[in-house]
Design a protein around this ligand. Structure first.
Ligand SMILES: Nc1ncnc2[nH]cnc12
Ligand SMILES: [Zn+2]
Length: 465
């Protein structure tokens, strides 16, 4: 979200309430930060816990005077060092130049990097591959209510009655189960082939505007077939949207059918059987496993995966694991299901041997930052082990999961990560490149996308941030 008071862009909207615009303008002009008009310091929205005093000082790599450092009566440098002092002092400290040693105690749990407009443009233009998006999770409240009306579907009596109320409820999921309750109610409004087309086409248009170039998308047939909707209608509508996206938006895509792990295994097996023609024709190119994770470990579904693989030996295999479930679920998904990549997987860091295995086998994790925050897997994006994965050489992609429910599409996830980690463009090129390499598209498409990444990076090399 960008605010543009008086024509001067403010990129700090996520951190500060409106009245701070004047402060940012002063900073942008190279002035000294002022306290707020009433003299009392204004509160940053997410004020996080106390300093980790034992940590040694580290070097500040960032000093941009146009950034806002203020929060409450503390001021921050861009890697989160905090000092209970007046802003002018800190500001002077940091405007003096880059790469100066900062003697403040690190406060990384509080650190937030701003994402400048140039960085935002770079991230938007960066060709992005998304491997973890549930098409049913792209059902925006603005489409849910009209579809309910169009299909004469009544929603539960206690369901929020407007798009605004629904959005508001989506801001406070307690956990995965709480989210899934709303998610499955939402699926009820999808009945006809046209509904599935409309849903997927709306997703493609939004995501393409954010720089999506290739998508590998989940769908949950059982959430529809259990209501009497034919699998043909589901796959037919999605397939039509995929074709249109390639023709009109230049976005390539693949469909991955997921099994709902909270349903009985025989029902999942029957779903695999019914999908045989789609596996054989290549209309559905992958099999996945989603829904409530912890009570339903991967090994329950070994037979389903084996059966699907018999129908189509080329079928790609993946599974949600290590989202709410433990690292051991990642291991069993790899060993027993033959998963070629892991959806979420962030809890793998609890097992050092597993991290080493993921790195050496080049197994992609499809990480979903905003989802992990909304579902309380972590309290803030900065708590995700992304830097650890990068350092360990574990490839990952950044994805939206259920963008209509979690407050953002693919670019929004990239920006949230940038605000949490402050990566360089080279690091972003590496992350975007890993997403291409981990995709299930052919080598020709991968080469195209990698070339496009190189061109965007080169274009921005010439632009100072
Ligand atoms: N984040 C998620 N985890 C498990 N199942 C899901 N279905 C849709 N989104 C999901
Ligand atoms: Zn998911």
């Amino acid at each position: 979200m960008l605010g543009k008071p008086g024509g001067v862009p403010c990129y700090c909207m996520s951190l500060h309430p409106l009245p701070l615009y004047s402060r940012h303008r002063a900073l942008a002009a190279g002035g000294t930060p002022q306290t707020s008009p009433g003299g009392s310091p204004r509160r940053r929205k997410r004020l996080t816990p106390s300093p980790r005093n034992g940590d040694p000082p580290v070097t500040c790599r960032y000093y941009l005077p146009s950034r806002c450092f203020s929060a409450s009566s503390f001021f921050f440098c861009r890697i989160g060092h905090r000092r209970a002092a007046l802003g002018a002092y800190i500001f002077e400290e940091h405007r003096a130049g880059p790469a100066r040693r900062c003697s403040f105690r690190p406060q990384h749990s509080m650190s937030d990097y701003t994402c400048s407009q140039t960085m935002r443009d770079f991230l938007r233009e960066l060709p992005k591959c998304e491997h973890h998006v549930h098409l049913e999770g792209t059902l925006e409240p603005d489409l849910l209510f009209p579809l309910a009306k169009r299909n004469n579907v009544s929603l539960p009596a206690d369901f929020p009655s407007s798009a605004e109320a629904l959005h508001e409820r989506y801001n406070r999921f307690a956990d995965l189960a709480d989210f899934l309750h709303f998610y499955y109610i939402g699926t009820n409004v999808l009945l006809l082939e046209q509904d599935f087309f409309d849903l997927a086409w709306a997703y493609f248009q939004r995501a393409a505007a954010q720089g999506l170039r290739h998508a590998e998308m989940f769908f949950d047939p059982q959430s529809h077939t259990t209501r009497g909707v034919a699998l043909d209608a589901v796959v037919g509508g999605f397939r039509r949207a995929c074709e249109r996206a390639e023709t009109e938006l230049g976005v390539t895509s693949k469909l991955i059918m997921c099994l709902l792990r909270h349903l009985p295994v025989p029902e999942c097996l029957a779903t695999v059987q019914s999908a045989q023609p789609f596996f054989e024709s290549g209309t559905v190119q992958g099999l996945g496993l989603d829904s409530a994770e912890r009570p339903f470990p991967p090994e329950l579904f070994t037979e389903c995966y084996e059966q699907a693989r018999r129908f189509q030996p080329e079928l790609r295999l993946t599974a949600h694991a290590g989202e709410e479930g433990p690292a051991s679920y990642v291991t069993t998904a790899l060993d027993l299901l033959g998963a070629q990549r892991i959806d979420h997987g962030v809890r793998c860091v609890e097992d050092a041997a597993l991290v080493a295995r993921l790195a050496s086998s080049d197994t992609l994790l499809t990480v979903c930052p905003l989802s992990n925050v909304r579902l309380q897997v972590v309290q803030h994006v900065r708590e995700l082990p992304l830097q650890k994965l990068l350092d360990a050489g574990v490839p990952f992609s950044l994805n939206s999961d259920d963008p209509a429910y979690f407050g953002g599409y693919v670019l929004d996830n990239y920006v949230a990560v940038q605000q949490a980690f402050g990566w360089s463009r080279q690091t972003w090129a590496r992350v975007a490149g890993a997403a291409v390499r981990g995709s299930w598209c052919d080598d020709k498409r991968k080469t195209e996308l990698l070339d496009q990444i190189e061109r965007v990076v080169a274009k921005y090399e010439a632009i100072a941030d």
